[in-house]
Design a protein around this ligand. Structure first.
Ligand SMILES: Cc1cc2nc3c(=O)[nH]c(=O)nc-3n(C[C@H](O)[C@H](O)[C@H](O)COP(=O)(O)O)c2cc1C
Ligand code: SF4
Length: 662
């Protein structure tokens, strides 16, 4: 049992929390198109409450659907008919032992007419956001009073629904933040023009909400640093925070960023654990109310140290709870090494950006909590998994836990596959945390691992498998260029798999996809002069990468003095000491090269597929062998394949077995 500060109860106003862990608000796209609570949403939050958090903050919830929506579908609470759904949600959260808090939100300028029924977004000023590219309408006094009333009415509905607390979303550049920030508030009236007048709107909302919720705790989430030129910095927010405390706010939730700086709100993989805590600490020193810290808090040790150092009073976990809802219970039980570690890969954010429901690269149940556990098969059966990358390891674990006698083959002498290739480039070592977690899971499972083995179809048939999961990854595409077979030419993928050493250079990387870009950066990090040649235009560099990480990667490549990028180039031939190119401006160029790394695509499929099928063996293909994609697709594909197979072909003896873990 863990008796650190993290697990001491906490008094938030009149509310007692069982520990100091709060689930950060996270949009899920699980609401109905009308903004109602759905059964899927209830199951999602119930699972996280049961995981042991002290309080669940329900995602940003619209206070006025006429012009406040930030996305569709967005959870809403701007009408009494929405209250019963919230009441069911609150009951489910409270049944798991956590307190329920609702985050109230109006998007202001950070939305589009398509989202708000063709209307023009409203904001303090007409200043256009480069992200949303629509000049908002400046709010008049009537708009301002209407929105203040909407916040108060939504808070009142939240109270009727039984919520224990309310949080105002004043962070990330939404309407409350827009009034507070000199960057977006360019008014010169009662609502802007000076430090004090920029405070007027958030303070009016705080007063109106407090008048409706009485003693219920009120939390204000703010961006302590907007990290944009002309925006709020920590030197401003340490002066603002005491005004909120004085207005009766019970706690401050310290985040960072605005829409234009989403990279400091849902930070990509390279950002260090707990990097925002020094900002939270400065806010805490400016007020006497509790402060909640958030941002890449991934381990119980990081969380507890932040509390003990006095940086913060409460810890908010966002993505860590998507990845592993049982994070608090595992930390409390002292088995932190069993926590599935979020890598900040932002596959979850990418899904939302593509209008999909919430999901997690590592946790296929995220957003699918209504799925019954897989259960255990009734009769003994064999399963074979070929390929020990993320999809293969996940499939093997699920099959073994379901009772299949499972053999996992990997042709290399180590498990990891694509996880190794993804983790090796600079700043991506968090992926090793996930690889190591999977290795621990495999070693404590019943899976039989056969390393250094590439079985034939007949070897596999000898297992008499009920199911074969083929997770062999993509195969390398030979460089179909004159000179592609020369000794100094190698696959970029082999470089990130440590099969090829990077020499002193000069190095030419052919291919501007994610792997090509990452290998160019890796080679430069080792001191080599690198020329990165892309057949596509500059704006398409690493185009399949996750958007927030991609922006960061491309910026780093462009700023690296050791890297030259040649976009829209045609590769004519590789020679023993150079590469001949035809450039976009029609000139020819000979680029010196001691080594050439090719990243010109890889191919799906495997000859094993038809061989196994001709032997009448059931084969499910997952991961890059099926479609070149990301870790999330491989792991989620493993879950779907195992689930489908069990549903169709195997009788389950213990449906709903509560001891089953995924
Ligand atoms: C999928 C997703 C949805 C989010 N939605 C919200 C939201 O509705 N309201 C909000 O204030 N922050 C939102 N955030 C930001 C998180 O609350 C949190 O501040 C951020 O993810 C950093 O914390 P973490 O590293 O623990 O995830 C969201 C983050 C993610 C990953
Ligand atoms: S998808 Fe990636 S970033 Fe998002 S919660 Fe899962 S592991 Fe973390």
């Amino acid at each position: 049992m863990d008796n650190t500060l993290l697990f001491q109860p906490f008094q938030l106003g009149g509310l007692t929390l069982r520990n100091r862990i709060i689930m950060a608000p996270m949009e899920t796209n699980l609401a109905s198109p009308q903004g109602e609570v759905t059964p899927e949403m209830i199951a999602y939050y119930a699972e996280r409450s049961a995981g042991g958090v002290g309080m669940v903050t329900v995602e940003f919830t619209c206070v006025d659907r006429s012009d406040g929506l930030g996305c569709t579908p967005q959870l809403s609470l701007d009408a009494p008919q929405l209250v019963p759904g919230h009441r069911r949600l609150v009951a489910a959260i409270q049944a798991g032992g956590a307190r329920a808090c609702l985050q109230l939100h109006h998007a202001g300028r950070q939305t589009t007419p398509a989202i708000i029924g063709g209307r023009t977004p409203i904001a303090p000023s007409t200043f256009e956001s480069p992200v949303f590219r629509i000049g908002p309408r400046a709010m008049d006094d009537t708009d301002i009073k209407r929105v203040i009333t909407a916040f108060a009415a939504a808070a009142s509905h939240a109270r009727s629904a039984g919520y224990d607390a309310v949080e105002l979303h004043g962070a990330h550049g939404y309407l409350l933040g827009q009034f507070l920030s000199p960057w977006t508030n360019r008014r010169n009236d009662a609502w802007g023009g000076s430090f004090k007048r920029r405070l007027a709107f958030p303070l009016a909302v705080i007063h109106a909400v407090k008048a409706r919720i009485g003693a219920m705790p009120l939390i204000y989430r703010l961006s302590a640093d907007e990290m944009i030129d002309g925006g709020l910095g920590i030197e401003d927010t340490v002066l603002i925070a005491p005004h909120f405390a004085q207005a009766g706010v019970d706690a401050l939730h310290v985040s960072t960023g605005v829409a234009e700086r989403i990279d400091v709100n849902v930070e990509p993989i390279h950002m260090p654990d707990g990097w925002r805590l020094p900002l939270a600490r400065q806010i805490r020193q400016a007020v006497k109310i509790p402060v909640i810290g958030v941002g890449v808090i991934r381990t119980p040790a990081t969380a507890n140290q932040a509390l003990e150092r006095g940086d913060i009073d409460l810890v908010a976990l966002g993505r860590a709870l998507l990845t592993d809802p049982q994070w608090p219970n595992k930390a409390l039980a002292g088995v932190a090494d069993q926590i599935r570690p979020c890598t900040s890969c932002n596959w979850c954010i990418d899904r939302l950006a593509h209008q999909l429901t919430i999901g997690c690269a590592e946790n296929p149940r995220a957003g699918r909590e209504l799925d019954l556990p897989l259960g255990r098969i009734a009769a003994a059966k064999n399963a074979v998994v070929i390929g020990g990358g993320p999809g293969g390891m996940k499939a093997a674990l699920l099959l073994a836990e379901s009772g299949f006698s499972t053999t996992l083959y990997e042709k290399r002498n180590t498990l990891g596959g694509g996880l190794i290739a993804s983790a090796v480039p600079p700043g991506k070592d968090k992926i090793f945390r996930y690889r190591d977690y999977l290795l621990r899971q495999i070693s404590s499972s019943a899976v039989t691992v056969r390393l250094g083995c590439s079985p034939t179809a007949l070897d596999i048939a000898a297992h008499a498998p009920d199911i074969v999961i083929l997770a062999t990854g993509a195969s390398k595409r030979p460089a179909d260029i004159p000179g592609g077979q020369l000794a100094h030419v190698a696959q970029a993928y082999d470089v990130v798999m440590h099969d090829i050493d990077i020499g002193p250079g000069p190095i030419v990387v052919l291919g501007g996809g994610e792997t090509g870009c990452e290998v160019a950066e890796l080679a430069a990090a080792q001191g080599a002069q690198v020329v990165l040649v892309s057949r596509s235009p500059l704006k398409q560099l690493a185009r399949a990468a996750e958007a927030i990480y991609r922006r960061h990667l491309v910026k780093k490549l462009a700023a690296n003095p050791l890297i030259t990028i040649l976009p829209s180039a045609t590769i004519l031939r590789i020679e023993p000491d150079c590469v001949q190119l035809h450039l976009a401006d029609d000139n020819m160029l000979s680029v010196p090269a001691a080594q050439v790394f090719t990243a010109l695509g890889r191919d799906t499929g495997s000859p094993l597929i038809s061989q196994l099928q001709s032997l009448g063996i059931n084969v499910a293909i997952i991961g890059d062998a099926q479609r070149i994609s990301r870790i999330g697709e491989a792991v989620n594909g493993a879950y779907t394949a195992v689930r489908e197979h069990i549903k169709r072909h195997a009788r389950v003896s213990q449906p709903g077995d509560p001891s089953f873990t995924q």
